[in-house]
Design a protein. Sequence first.
Length: 433
Amino acid sequence: MRRRLALGLLVALVAAAAPAAARAELGISDAGPGIFTDWRFTDLGVRHVRLVVPWDVALNGSERTDRYLRAAQAAGVDVHVAFEHSAVDRCPSAPCALPTAAAYREAFAAFRARWPLVRGFTTWNEASHPTQPTARAPARVAEYLRVLIDGCPGCELVGPDVLDADPGVTAWLAAFRAAAGAQTGIWGLHDYGDPNGTATIGIDAFVAAAAGAPVWLTEIGGIVRFRTDDGVETMGYDEARAARAIGFALALVDAYTGPVTRAYLHSFTGGGRMDTGLVGPDGATRPGYDVVLNWLRAHEVPPLPRPPGQEKAKAPIWDLRGGVDPKTGQTTGDGAALIGASRAPKRLVLRSPRARRVGRRGARLLLSCAAGAPRCRGHVLARGCRPAAFSIAPGRRATLLLHCARPVRRGEKLALTVTQAGVKTWHAKVAVR
């Protein structure tokens, strides 16, 4: 039977844990170099990030990796690099090549020569997943680990890195251990099933399989929305559900301190078919961000210095999908949207006269910001609900979640007060459905 734990029970487990155990470190897994120039990221105080790159990135197409590593170094953040299939592969479709140990060694030597400051590596990201060429080659992954050990003495090395839901993952791990021998490295688990299902079955089985080896939760987080490869939505959009799952994930990190020495939340940037972002693709801060920020402060993790010019920022200032340069009208990339447009602000638009009920105490609004205007920033207030901040790029839509201290009833009308930078405060009523 799948074992489920209430969050309160996990807290009790943490309180009962041996006081000598060191607290696990928390990092972020995100491939966007723009995160390092966002004050919300630096406010978290996270000092570890995880980046997934093609195994041959140093030999083919390294410009984006250059930008990322330079930005991380400037921010004082340590980067752990996980390798995956080549950029020219179309896994699981052809081509989907499994590199030989010799080819992997050549590519890794080139990586170390180009980026010698990186001191942490994962053999292969989600190596047991059916879409990866390593899914049927655990012994080859053990060979890759030996390449990393030889090529980077003293580095932090993750040997097996697997997804909790992969079919046959237990047998894959056993085959890896048999091939690797005594040197298995750190064991990495992508654990989404436990936090999003409030269970511990995945982490329990993995810690047991690791048999005393240090464990990292190389990806963990709350799912806002999930679509399958063919576009079927199996988890509908729900920021509140994701925030609860993030809270449970962090409770897992606390409860399993000892065997688990580090965890990486996926991800800071939202979007894609599996959206786990703390910040939405429109740049809006989500409730999960506050959960992470509060956890880090409770664990006495201080913030990093804010990026230059953002020391007094109080609202999001960039769009994670890029933005528009107000002088040229050209789209910018890598999440580096420019601000300070000279055009006058325009009033936020409610895209629907109705709000969708979320759970018992939440309501979701659909908003948009007029094209050709500066970013729309401000707060929405409703009786009995927390002020909800919005920051929407021009021409973009965003979903805003209201968290209420009282039950929200279908059919009731919410009286909204909208305060927006550069615009006179205005009011509206929406019906809850």
